[in-house]
Design a protein around this ligand. Sequence first.
Ligand SMILES: Nc1nc2c(ncn2[C@@H]2O[C@H](COP(=O)(O)OP(=O)(O)OP(=O)(O)O)[C@@H](O)[C@H]2O)c(=O)[nH]1
Ligand SMILES: [Mg+2]
Ligand SMILES: [Zn+2]
Length: 340
Amino acid sequence: MNISKLNSLGWSSFFYDQLTPIEIAATNKSIFLFRIIAIHRSRVVAVGEAGEVSIIALEEFQPISQFIAVGDWVIGEAAYEHYRVVRLLKSKNRVERLSKGSMQLIAANLDFLWIVTSANDEFNIKRLQRYLAMSHKFNIEPVIILTKLDLCKNPSVYLEQIDKLNVKRVHCISKPDLKSYEQLDQYYVSGNSIALVGSSGVGKSTIINVISNSNLPTKNIRESDDKGQHTTTHRELFYCRNNVAIIDTPGMRELHLVDAEVAVKKTFDDINTLISQCKFNDCSHSSEPGCAINKALKSGVITEKYYANYLKIMREDSFYKHQKTGSRAEKKIYRNIVKR
Ligand SMILES: Nc1nc2c(ncn2[C@@H]2O[C@H](COP(=O)(O)OP(=O)(O)OP(=O)(O)O)[C@@H](O)[C@H]2O)c(=O)[nH]1
Ligand SMILES: [Mg+2]
Ligand SMILES: [Zn+2]
């Protein structure tokens, strides 16, 4: 086992400790360690000590997009001209979302989630809150990257909104200003893995092209509403400076989380502090005396819109939880609640 080569791909003792003595003895003879770098419709690409290989997964891992994520580590064995997945190693974390009724894996083994948004009509604070809830849910440090500052006359409109989110790491960049990308240098620490998420057209692939000197396809956005054209169609991992793994993802049309209650609470920390100050423990925040939420709404400490978004995400979370486990009657109730 060439540990230093594997380390440069993101390997660590967390994965090594999962190998059995027999597997350790067999590595490089009959079995090989791989990190998954791309999942196409009919093909999975992985990288290991001997470079890039094509890898297939048998029935137990099908449909593959629901079992194996870009960033995962697997044990593989040679199978004719390909390799075959023998075992999937446990991941440090895996980001997933609900898409068209089933879970979809976005990426695994991440240190940072770069939430990319652009300083134009695409900007949507509610969507950012959802991405933040996602990072909290999966315990990955969120970083907000605001792009296209060069096209924006008044960045403070966006920055003031971002400021309210209480995110420690926020960076503003613009493509023509290469110096602006130097803020991202702090993340290029060997072993780090980062996934870029955000809507289509915000500039995810553009960032990867700049920081890793690649040439991924990018396309102009629609002028009428600043929406992208869904240029990137599959998730793919690239190694950039200091062997940092950067994962490009297709722009998401929607982001639904499941069982994200704790994460949503963390994202809306201010609301939870208020709730804890309500006079009654079971306050419904409608008309009870001593309700801190109502007081904050009246005095403008929080806006109606902000509170409504909190309620909507919370309701949606309960909805999807009940969609998975609830009775038919429960499902119907929750479907109606979400529609409200
Ligand atoms: N002026 C300017 N244009 C940018 C900037 N970042 C990205 N763009 C442009 O925005 C368009 C969309 O960028 P992409 O990198 O394709 O966006 P994406 O997020 O990868 O989009 P999908 O792959 O569809 O999810 C391209 O025409 C880029 O050149 C920026 O900072 N300034
Ligand atoms: Mg792209
Ligand atoms: Zn209350």
